[in-house]
Design a protein around this ligand. Sequence first.
Ligand SMILES: [Zn+2]
Ligand SMILES: [Zn+2]
Length: 460
Amino acid sequence: MTNTLADIPGRLDDLLGFSAPCRCGRVHGVDMRGVSIRRGALEDVVRFTREVGSSLRLVVVADRVTYEVAGERVLKLLLKDGHSARVCRVPDGAGGRPHADEAGLQTVEAALDGADLAVAVGSGTINDLTKLASYNRNIPYLVVATAPSMNGYTSAIAAVMQAGIKRTVDCHQPYAAIADLEILQKAPRELVTAGLGDLESKPTSTADFRLGGRIRGDYYCPAPEAVVLEAEARVADAAEGLRRRDSEALALLTEALMLSGISMKLAGSSSPASGGEHLISHFWDMSARDENRVEGWHGAQVGVATIVTATLYEFLQELNPADIDVDALVAAHSPVERMETAIRARHGPRAEAVLGEFSKKHPTAEQLGKELTGIRDGWEELWADVGQTLRPSARIRKILSGAGAAVTMGELGLEAEHLRRAFPAAREIRNRYTVLDFAADLGVLESRADYLLQASGCFS
Ligand SMILES: [Zn+2]
Ligand SMILES: [Zn+2]
């Protein structure tokens, strides 16, 4: 144990293999050994594979599109270097693309039978499936990114749909991550802007990370979040370069997304990079099947949801703490049993699982009273801390639209109604305290929903 804060380096290269004890009681560590972001980085797959071993039995995991884009070249490079290699092509699902679900996971796990190393060639789905399947098979994996579309390349968690619920499963980091800027420049526009959307959630996700620590005593440490905040600020300034596929802007975005994934590994949880805005996006994913709708791009949804939660933060910061009527709020408190009918109506086939998650964090009347008193009495101090990482919703909208990313529900291919439904319901799907819970406990989440959602400017 130590009583000092871990001094975590800010550069990707310096983070590889990094480990330090911290006053938060955890050892902040990174298991990844390699990273390459440059033009021609694809060739580095040979070097990183050699570090793992020689004459390996490899499986290259790709989908129809990513095999064409880079998978075939990766396969040839590795065969030429003396390894034996097979291809696992994950089949397309709804919307003509693969999905991170149980069927996909079984396909990849079966393909990894007897392999020494898996090489994922793709973005979100292929990376999640290969990461989790290789972890379950107890072998390392490398990832070759085909788009800077999300922050999962370097995280130690995988998001998969299990029995209709989006779950993040703890697993391992890749041995190395490769991002060839020539390949990223050709990535579909909506994947690049999705990456920016995922990254732009940092101002609110880190604020939620702080809020959970202050109000609920959830785990919080400033060291992991510091890793990504600076990199995110550099990207925010370069967002318009992404519209032009400027290779420097793409490199900055990729680097910041990788740092964001690493911040989750350092924290040992997705909390620094996944707050209320992520719950809103997960809610839309979970209800997609009920509505015969294809899930949208994670980062695009997260970007729009971030404008919403940033608007909510602005509203909350303006409240007068003297107006917080603790006794009235406690008197209006509903235990989970009394909310059950409403929760069942909001979550349909997933209600049982949702109730299980939600009841873990829903306070008793007594807890609520204590929390609200603490919030009221420590109002200035609370915002001096939590407000530090926030950014105005108007600025977030400007950064996203500057890069051509979605800023409205219409641009996501969703209806205003999706946002109206998600706003009160999203917090119920997961046992994580976020600004949505904070607003609910202050009695404004539902009562001011119409005003807040209009104010977000995300309807259209
Ligand atoms: Zn720490
Ligand atoms: Zn995300």
